[in-house]
Design a protein around this ligand. Structure first.
Ligand code: GRF
Length: 202
């Protein structure tokens, strides 16, 4: 069986990418393999993480490529690498409907809340955790979902709840959600999707 070729799209730190690469190295993603990491910023630390794993990288910097040109360059790069599955991991560009259509049902994203709560336009990064704290929720978490045209609205693949603690700041909550939920469920969901793509239901 050939492994599903995965491309990971990042913009920043890349801790979710790291969790995926670590899971792959540990043999926990037997049905898939990260073949490419794409960043929309030259400074993305995710690029260093990819390089130290020997994974090929490509950069289409926001300062050099306007949005439409960036998308078509990314798409061409994904095709050139034979990417079958696109994984968004802290990627700060919202994809156009045309891009989503090209990889329909084959783009995953992770969101740092229990969707449909605290999702949608403007809900990214610390804003999500600020909103959760402002609403006074006692439980939040993370969601892995398929990407559709609707921002944060695609079918849910996996979720994990995380407790909100008394005195949490948005930064503290963000760290706990990443550690206890995001880094745990993303590699698992990825393997689940790759396995399904290869028609393996066991
Ligand atoms: C994570 O909180 C993820 O849920 C969100 O952006 C952040 C990315 O972090 N989409 P990293 O780049 O994976 O460290």
């Amino acid at each position: 069986m050939s492994k599903v070729k995965i491309a990971v799209l990042c913009s920043g730190g890349g801790t979710n990418l790291q969790a995926i690469l670590d899971a792959q190295a540990a043999g926990n993603i037997p049905h898939g393999e990260v073949v490419l990491v794409v960043a929309d910023s030259r400074e993305a630390f995710a690029l260093k993480r990819a390089e130290s794993f020997g994974v090929e990288t490509a950069v289409f910097d926001k300062r050099e490529y306007p949005r439409a040109a960036r998308e078509s360059a990314i798409l061409a790069c994904l095709k050139a690498h034979g990417a079958e599955l696109v994984v968004l991991a802290g990627f700060m560009t919202v994809l156009s409907a045309a891009f989503v259509k090209e990889y329909e049902g084959r783009i995953l994203n992770i969101h740092p809340a229990l969707l449909p709560s605290f999702g949608g336009v403007g809900m990214y990064g610390l804003h999500v955790h600020e909103a959760a704290l402002a609403r006074g929720v006692k439980v939040t978490g993370a969601t892995v979902h398929y990407v559709t045209e609707e921002c944060d609205g695609g079918p849910i693949i996996a979720q994990k709840a995380v407790e909100v603690m008394e005195g949490d700041t948005p930064e503290m909550l963000q760290q706990r959600v990443m550690r206890e939920a995001e880094w745990v469920i993303y590699p698992k969901a990825l393997e689940q999707v790759c396995k399904k793509m290869r028609g393996d239901t066991i």
